[in-house]
Structure formats: structure tokens, C-alpha cells
Write a protein that binds this ligand. Structure first.
Ligand code: C5P
Length: 417
């Protein structure tokens, strides 16, 4: 009775061939799926195979009068707990951004008051096109979840961003989105559980100058923090991201401030207070040269022998211990290579934060490409009262799940207010 239902809209791209596998993965997450094919999608995947994996009728054409009589397009979207669009082609994304409704897929999307998530898939040039990016920004602003696309080889022979995320990841992200959605038939505004909350996120490394050309840094890419900032914004939070130097674009619907050093990061964070929550995902350099030299240090025999290091301020501990403006929820990250849980628990106590998100950054963590800089992550969430261990998933999926966990926390504290 309680099984949540997904209306899967399959767009007309080569990635549509993965739709039956996606239905299987949704089933593995305990979700029931009803499929709706656009006219172009029928060229890539057979309705019959979708009917057999989903165990349900497959919907195809707006003007099928029998269906309209039996099950109108409004009912089709009302019957689902969420709509998942995968693959979301550039054309479907453009229609959604414009609010067009000229076929069954776009009509169902316009008629819904349930959460919607899209998994884009297209050629890299189409993905990068200003029109597509403009449309995506609009969808993000409308509160639509976006998973992927991933980078890789494409059917068209090019390489780049545009591959649809793997079905297992999409299914996990859909499950996470549903986990934070309100009970059936509650209004759409309730799908923004963090509306009215101001959340500070730090991300990326810091650069600590040695001289005008050299600096101390680390391998943090910023991906996890950026994904989290975007996921929190998608849940309605007013997100302020303070980022060290990264190669990433500013996340959507987030106020981003770029800094270089730990001290600048601390200043930018304190300038942001008060906030409801502070999520410190940055890999702040622990040490900095006591004095940055104004001229480039020459490569002499004594080299950097004179390089003296001093400790950087601990931003997390500073916010946790803030006398007048401590955020209600302070979350730290811990990158460990061994004995993760013990170190994380010790860090929780020492930094006086509320949760630690711990991950294994050792080379043998089993995650392709490693955690630092890679696309996947496996985390434990520790608080003084519980430890959660989540399976390996993409950083986007970790972000969606963590954002939902934060929304649950605020929903629970609100009940006690
Ligand atoms: O002590 P360690 O660097 O392992 O702690 C990691 C956590 O502390 C992360 O949340 C990181 O953002 C935060 N941190 C900080 N300022 C520092 C060092 C770490 O905010 N100077």
C-alpha cells in the first residue's frame, strides 16, 4: 500500500535503451514504475520490454482517446509520487523550461504538483550550449532535481559531459528525493522543506602562499561541497557557498564567494553569520607559511630550509564555539585513510560540531579514481547519538541524501519548537 510510485518519462535519446535497467533499479529501491514514452523514444526502446519489466501499461500518445477516457494525462501525473525524466533530452528540457504542453510527456509534466527529477543525456556541445544551460538554470529555479550528466565516451563518438548517469545512481537519487517529499497530495511548496533556512557551505581546498608563484594546497576538487550547496538550494535553502580555488562553475541558485586562503575563508564565513546551519566541506590547509615572501624564493642549496609554518585557524571549531552566533547545526567533514569511525568520533568531540560526515580517502577505498577529485563517495554520518553508513554512490547522490537528512533534522526540531 505504501509503495511509492514513479512516473518515468523516457525521452528520445540513445540513452533510452537503458530505461528497462532503470525500471529494474527503481524496483530494487522498492519503487513502482509506470513508463511514458515520447514519440521519439519509441525509436530507441520497445514499449513491450518496458511493459514487461514495469508490470504496467506503457503510455505513449496524447491523442489516444481510449487512454484519455480511461486515464487522463492529469490523472497520470496525479497517480505518481514523483516524475522522473530519463533520459531528459535537450528538447524535453527546453519544453519543460518553457512550460510547453504539446504531447503526453510535456502535458503530464505541466500537470504535476509532485517532485520532478531529470537525468539529462545529450551530446556534449548540446549540453554546453547557452540555451540548454539557460533552460537548466530555469528548471533548477523551479525546484526540479537534476542528476548528472556524467563525463565519458558518447554514442556520437565525442567525449565529454553528456552521458546519462548510471541507472543505479538515478534510482538512488529518486529514492532520496522521495524520502524527503511530503505525504501524497500535499502541496508543492512542501517539497521545499528548507525554505527560509540560511545555510553556509564551504568547499574546495585553500591555497597558502609561499611566495608569489608557489603555494601549499591539497587535492580537494570541491565537487562534494558544490553538489551539496546545489542540493540544499534545490530544497529551498538560501545557500551561501564559500569556496577555495576550484575548476568548477558556481552552483545554481547559490550565492558563491571565492577565496584563496584559510584566513580569507574564515572571514567570509563569519561575515555570513547568522546562519541556521554550517556545512564545512572544505579541505582547509592546516598550515601556512608564517610569512609569504614578496619575491620568488631562489632555488639555492638551502632552498626552503627557512620555510616556517604556522597553524591556520580552524573554521569549523570557530563556528562550533561561536559565543553569540553558533549555527543551530554545524557539520564537519573528515577525510581519513584508516580507522575512520574512531577518528571521526574523536573529531566530533574535539571540534564540538553536531555531525561529522566521514569518508575513506585511502587508495584502497575501492572507489574508482579515489574519493579526492573522483565522482563517487562513501560516507558515514556520525552524531553523538547515532552512526549511519551509506553505500557508495555518486557525490551528487550523497549530496541529495545529505540535504534530505538536513531537512529531516530541521523538520524534527521544528516539531519541538
Ligand atoms: O582536522 P581536519 O582537517 O581533519 O577536520 C576536517 C573538518 O574541519 C572539515 O569539516 C574542514 O572543513 C574543517 N576544517 C576547518 N578549518 C581548518 C581545518 C579543518 O574548518 N583549519
Amino acid at each position: 500500500m505504501d509503495q511509492k510510485r514513479v512516473l518515468l518519462i523516457i525521452g528520445g535519446g540513445i540513452a533510452a535503451y537503458k530505461a528497462p535497467e532503470l525500471v529494474r533499479q527503481l524496483k530494487a529501491q522498492g519503487l513502482a514504475t509506470r513508463c511514458l514514452l515520447t514519440a521519439a523514444a519509441e525509436q530507441f526502446v520497445s514499449p513491450l520490454s518496458l511493459a514487461s519489466v514495469s508490470g504496467d501499461k506503457v503510455y505513449e500518445n496524447l491523442f489516444d482517446l481510449t487512454d484519455e477516457a480511461e486515464m487522463g494525462h492529469i490523472q497520470l501525473s496525479r497517480d505518481a509520487d514523483m516524475i522522473l525524466v530519463a533520459p531528459a533530452t535537450a528538447d524535453l528540457i527546453a519544453k519543460m523550461a518553457q512550460g510547453l504542453a504539446n504531447d503526453l510527456a510535456s502535458t503530464a509534466l505541466l500537470a504535476t504538483d509532485k517532485p520532478v527529477m531529470i537525468a539529462p543525456a545529450m551530446n556534449v556541445r548540446m549540453w554546453e550550449h547557452a540555451a540548454t544551460q539557460r533552460n537548466l538554470a530555469q528548471l533548477a529555479e523551479d525546484g526540479i532535481g537534476i542528476i548528472g550528466p556524467d563525463e565519458g565516451d558518447m554514442a556520437c563518438g565525442e567525449f565529454g559531459l553528456g552521458r546519462m548517469s548510471e541507472p543505479a545512481e538515478i534510482a538512488q537519487a529518486a529514492k532520496a528525493m522521495l524520502a524527503q517529499t511530503p505525504a501524497r497530495d500535499t502541496p508543492l511548496t512542501a517539497a521545499k522543506p528548507l525554505a527560509g533556512r540560511k545555510i553556509l557551505v564551504t568547499a574546495g581546498p585553500t591555497y597558502e602562499p609561499i611566495d608569489p608563484v608557489r603555494y601549499i594546497a591539497n587535492r580537494s576538487s570541491g565537487k562534494q561541497g558544490y553538489a551539496l550547496a546545489e542540493a540544499l538550494a534545490a530544497l529551498g535553502a538560501n545557500v551561501h557557498l564559500v569556496s577555495g580555488p576550484t575548476a568548477l562553475n558556481d552552483p545554481k541558485n547559490v550565492t558563491t564567494k571565492r577565496v584563496e586562503t584559510a584566513r580569507q575563508m574564515l572571514d567570509a564565513c563569519t561575515a555570513c553569520l547568522p546562519v541556521d546551519a554550517a556545512i564545512m566541506a572544505a579541505a582547509v590547509a592546516d598550515w601556512r607559511p608564517a610569512e609569504a615572501q614578496e619575491a620568488k624564493i631562489k632555488k639555492t642549496k638551502s632552498g626552503l630550509d627557512d620555510l616556517k609554518l604556522v597553524e591556520n585557524p580552524d573554521i569549523l571549531a570557530t563556528l562550533s564555539g561561536h559565543a553569540s552566533q553558533r549555527p543551530q547545526l554545524v557539520v564537519g567533514f573528515a577525510a581519513e585513510t584508516n580507522d575512520i569511525e574512531n577518528y571521526a568520533r574523536e573529531k566530533l568531540a574535539r571540534k564540538k560540531c553536531d555531525w561529522i560526515v566521514a569518508n575513506d580517502v585511502s587508495q584502497n577505498s575501492g572507489i574508482a579514481g579515489g574519493v579526492m577529485g573522483g565522482d563517487d563517495n562513501q560516507v558515514h554520518i556520525l552524531s553523538t547519538t547515532q552512526t549511519l553508513q551509506w553505500e557508495t554512490m555518486s557525490k551528487t547522490a550523497v549530496a541529495a541524501k545529505l540535504a534530505a537528512h538536513i531537512a529531516d533534522y530541521f523538520a524534527a526540531t521544528k516539531e519541538h519548537e
